[in-house]
Design a protein around this ligand. Structure first.
Ligand SMILES: [Zn+2]
Length: 256
């Protein structure tokens, strides 16, 4: 009986500690990055097919917010203001219709949705955070998340054509395809997923640029693949311009 009481006391104490830590973390997001963290279901996505639930596990929430804060604090000071990201919704069971998603960028609502209830490892979560943030950024750059940039296309091999977009990876017939291994399948491309659309190509490059434990893989591939190097450099110049970082902030990160 005594053990039972002790167990419940520990559960309550852990919950309270996580609860106050989550509160501190959300305040820090607001004060340092100017982003509001939303933990309820009040934000309705632009797309009616997007739905989600409130997060329930405060320990998981605390861990996720710590990672997210560390990763997003890597961006230059003015970055989030320049791209007008105002809210991040942290949720469970994020879906587009019936398809589970780890994240959904919603520039129209100045919001990014992130789901935290899957058992992804830290490295995957970090990749998703930067990849999805860059989808959001593309909308600020081009007024659409699906911009076809001629200058970008010219950096690819002759006559290369992208597939119909990242969504094709979710098709039943493509579920067994290895989309994400960094195997440089075609000159200029990190992985097969990068070949599904220009926007995915750029999001994958930015995700690796920002990922502390994967960045060296991008650098190694750029040393062997001049086309990938030219695309990565173009991305760095584009982000420098967007962030008003006159000291080549991005080029200090990725030396190629
Ligand atoms: Zn994507």
């Amino acid at each position: 009986m005594r053990h039972k009481k002790l167990f419940f006391l520990i559960v309550i104490l852990t919950f309270n500690l996580s609860f106050s830590s989550v509160k501190d973390l959300t305040n820090e997001f607001k004060n340092k990055l100017g982003i509001e963290i939303i933990l309820d279901t009040t934000v309705v996505s632009t797309w009616p097919l997007v739905h989600y639930k409130k997060p329930s596990d405060y320990c998981r929430l605390e861990t996720y917010l710590k990672i997210l804060k560390f990763e997003f604090e890597k961006y230059p000071k003015e970055y989030f203001k320049n791209i007008d990201l105002q809210k991040i919704v942290i949720c469970n069971d994020l879906k587009v219709k019936d398809v589970k998603r780890a994240a959904v960028p919603d520039p129209e609502k100045h919001t990014l949705f992130f789901a935290i209830n899957s058992n992804y490892n830290r490295s995957y979560l970090v990749h998703v955070m930067h990849h999805e943030l860059h989808h959001f950024t593309e909308d600020t750059l081009w007024d659409t998340m699906y911009y076809k940039w001629k200058r970008w296309n010219r950096k690819n091999i002759r006559k290369f054509e992208y597939s119909a977009g990242g969504h094709i990876a979710y098709f039943d017939e493509n579920k067994k395809v290895d989309w994400y291994t960094l195997n440089n399948p075609i000159k200029g491309f990190l992985n097969l997923y990068s070949t599904t659309g220009q926007e995915e190509d750029r999001c994958e490059i930015v995700a690796l640029m920002m990922h502390d434990s994967k960045r060296h893989l991008l650098i190694e591939l750029c040393q062997k693949d001049g086309k990938l190097k030219r695309k990565t450099k173009l991305m760095m110049r584009t982000l420098d311009k967007l962030s008003d970082t006159k000291k080549n902030y991005w080029r200090y990160k990725v030396i190629i």
